[in-house]
Ligand binder design. Structure first.
Ligand SMILES: [Zn+2]
Length: 364
């Protein structure tokens, strides 16, 4: 799937991601049944996932499934079916907990359990993680350390805009590395565009259901111009308007259930009109394009690490520092982070690519 030639700036890097959970895995409402009740509820995951797989297959599109561990251990055949169809398996945690609510220890336990279940099911490494409810916020900066320590290589949990729960409203909009206690974690934040100066999504959940195709296309064009990736996210329940509805507050009912019948047609339209990849393929292509264009992916540090979790803006710059020594050090840091991510066996990191990218720049 990797392009063999340099990709021009503005090329759209795009992926489709599916958070695999059932209709009752909604967050942050007293009307949502606790985990002790889940086994007694009707499950609609099988029919919804099979329908999604058939649609994806009809367009030959490969995606990333962020599986909830609780569901995966009950539907191992479905996890394998996704893997056998060529899709990427990633983790959505085990019990659908909000990171900022449960704290570091319970969060570590939850995401490690999910990873173990998924890896034992497919017999392969799980590299990607997405927190339920995009719940890595300024209240939970420790989560990046915990995710990396738990063996994940990339994270897709940051929603860089305000939202009901979760979200870091002022975080960077494009992918970046975060320096954690145990190495670099690649962060792929959700796709956001500005409308009248306000950051918003048009590409997943209720945002995708509310926006019409013209708006979505406008948003994708904006991402492409800005050189940022398109990340689409949906849930299996969103293609199933007949699923049972929970007695949520009016606002939450609107957010969770508006325009459900529009999800599937929009997904088909996206699959037909855009080259969608798994998240792993997309980020490998993205990193490789940076090499080939002699650009650096930002490396962020957590300022006042445990206190506020602010991402340090001074390390966000995308231009090369004037001082050659600083430049070289920064380059080596990014090179290590990129190589860390791609790994020695990745076809994206061939010796030719290395010499035409980083090494050539280091001599400047
Ligand atoms: Zn979820």
């Amino acid at each position: 799937m990797l392009a063999s030639e340099s990709q021009p700036k503005g090329k759209l890097h795009s992926c489709l991601t599916i958070d695999v959970e059932d209709w009752f895995h909604i967050l942050d409402s007293p009307a949502v049944p606790g985990i002790e009740h889940w086994t007694s509820l009707e499950s609609r995951i099988e029919r919804n996932l099979e329908e999604l797989l058939a649609v994806l297959d009809s367009f030959s599109v490969k995606v990333t499934f962020f599986w909830l561990g609780w569901l995966a251990e009950r539907h191992k055949n479905l996890v394998c079916m996704c893997r056998d169809s060529g899709h990427e398996i990633a983790s959505h945690g085990y019990a659908h907990v909000l990171a900022y609510e449960v704290g570091p220890n319970a969060f570590r336990e939850d995401i490690t359990l999910a990873r173990d279940i998924l890896e034992n099911t497919i017999g392969d490494q799980i590299r990607g993680f997405r927190a339920p409810g995009f719940s890595i916020t300024k209240k939970a900066p420790w989560a990046f350390d915990v995710i990396k320590e738990s063996g994940y290589q990339y994270d897709s949990s940051v929603f860089p805009a305000s939202r009901g729960h979760g979200g870091i409203a002022d975080s960077p909009l494009g992918p970046y590395f975060i320096e954690t206690r145990s190495g670099h974690l690649l962060e792929i934040p959700m796709s956001i565009v500005k409308i009248f100066g306000h950051r918003t999504s048009l590409f997943g959940g209720g945002y995708l259901r509310l926006a019409n195709k013209l708006m979505i296309k406008w948003g994708i064009d904006k991402l492409q111009t800005a050189g940022r990736p398109l990340i689409i996210y949906v849930h299996p329940r969103e293609i199933d308007p007949a699923h049972p509805h929970l007695p949520l507050s009016l606002l939450r009912q609107f957010k969770c259930y508006v325009n459900l019948s529009s999800t599937l047609p929009k997904l088909k339209w996206l699959c037909k009109n855009y080259a969608l990849f798994t998240m792993l393929e997309m980020v490998e292509n993205y990193i490789r394009s940076f090499y080939l264009e002699s650009r650096m992916i930002p490396v962020m540090r957590l300022r006042n690490n445990q206190a506020s979790g602010e991402l340090s803006p001074e390390s966000e710059e995308r231009t090369y520092p004037a001082n050659p020594e600083t430049f070289r050090n920064r380059l080596l840091l990014v090179e290590r982070a990129m190589a860390d991510f791609l790994g020695p066996l990745s076809p994206a990191f061939s010796p030719d690519t290395e010499s035409s990218g980083i090494e050539a720049n280091a001599k400047l």
